[in-house]
Design a protein around this ligand. Structure first.
Ligand SMILES: C[S@@+](CC[C@H](N)C(=O)[O-])C[C@H]1O[C@@H](n2cnc3c(N)ncnc32)[C@H](O)[C@@H]1O
Length: 305
């Protein structure tokens, strides 16, 4: 075995010691760059289909020799250092690109041909587990920047009525399929296409409120009318708008993967939002899952008020 293959074997054994994968979760990170002594190589095991993401290193061809030891059924490659964000390409093994995975006992559709993102952000597993433990039947949960609605599925499976907001109609349709895959009727929930800040204004005008809110925007986005969103500039106003529709005693998960924004500055943006809304808040830190052994790029705070 080559040296990187030894590192991979050690990385896999570390995950097994942490209980991953398990009966409820068959998607996890099995190699996290420097965190596993494999600089520039990030591997997610998606029920045996490995998504290999590389940053400034060529295709790690040695992986192709690890099939019998590691047990993967396919290798897909995505480059993180490209100007053009491309879908992964198949490098070895079976070519099924659309398939189901399990996370925290729930089922989600992945699609390796869908583009740069494959359907599930597995770095949010700790926040999803917290949501699963916290949501009570009958509560209302608002999921902003919902993508394929993973947080909504979690809350709906706990008996909440969810509202998912996203700019992309096709992601919301994907989200509805995720509901159906879990035996949840999407027609009993709300799916709102459009800009999150716009929808928050409309919700506030109608007096709609939620007990729990998930606020996980991209670092930068441009909505259909050209409005630009930047975390550093816009997070306080967005936090304030969320707090205005949050019930007393409610919670909000605030998250960003903006690497250049230090965690204490992110917390300052959240606190500024609470001041704007005139709301007293308690902020508790979230976390990244234990299989993410490399750079702790995700910043997460749970805001209770
Ligand atoms: C980082 S993903 C959110 C991931 C999601 N929280 C999860 O854990 O699955 C960002 C999402 O925000 C959506 N988006 C971007 N700009 C938006 C905007 N201004 N209003 C609503 N959704 C937006 C994108 O379409 C994308 O689905």
């Amino acid at each position: 075995m080559t040296v990187p293959a030894d590192k991979l074997r050690a990385a896999l054994s570390r995950r097994r010691n942490k209980g991953l994968p398990d009966a409820g979760t068959n998607i996890c990170r099995v190699a996290d760059g420097d965190g596993d002594g494999l600089p520039g190589i990030f591997i997610d095991d998606c029920d045996g289909r490995w998504l290999v993401q590389t940053q400034d290193v060529p295709w790690p061809a040695w992986l192709e020799e690890t099939q019998s030891a590691a047990g993967w059924r396919a290798l897909w490659w995505k480059r993180l250092d490209q100007q053009v964000k491309e879908a992964p390409q198949l490098m070895a093994g079976d070519d099924a690109a659309v398939f189901m995975v399990r996370e925290l006992g729930l089922t989600y559709e992945l699609d390796f041909r869908a583009g740069y993102s494959q359907g599930l952000f597995i770095d949010q597993r700790v926040q999803k587990a917290w949501t699963q433990q916290t949501v009570q039947p009958g509560q209302r949960v608002l999921n902003l920047f919902a993508y394929t609605c993973a947080f909504s599925v979690i809350a709906a499976a706990r008996g909440a009525v969810t509202t998912s907001v996203d700019l992309s109609r096709s992601y919301l349709e994907w989200g509805k399929r995720n509901f159906a895959r879990n035996g949840l009727d999407p027609s009993a929930h709300f799916f709102c296409k459009g800009d999150a800040a716009d929808w928050l204004r409309r919700f506030a005008a109608k007096g709609r409120t939620w007990h729990g809110i998930v606020l996980d925007p991209p670092t930068f986005s441009r909505s259909d009318d050209g409005t630009v969103f930047r975390v550093e500039k816009d997070f306080p106003a967005l936090t304030a708008a969320c707090l205005r529709v949050m019930e007393p005693g409610g919670w909000m998960i605030c998250s960003t993967n903006h690497r250049a924004l230090p965690d204490n500055q992110f917390l300052t943006l959240i606190r500024r939002g609470a001041e704007l809304a005139g709301r007293r808040v308690k902020c508790e830190p979230g976390a990244m899952p234990p299989d993410f052994t490399g750079e702790p790029y995700l910043k997460v705070w749970r805001v209770i008020s």
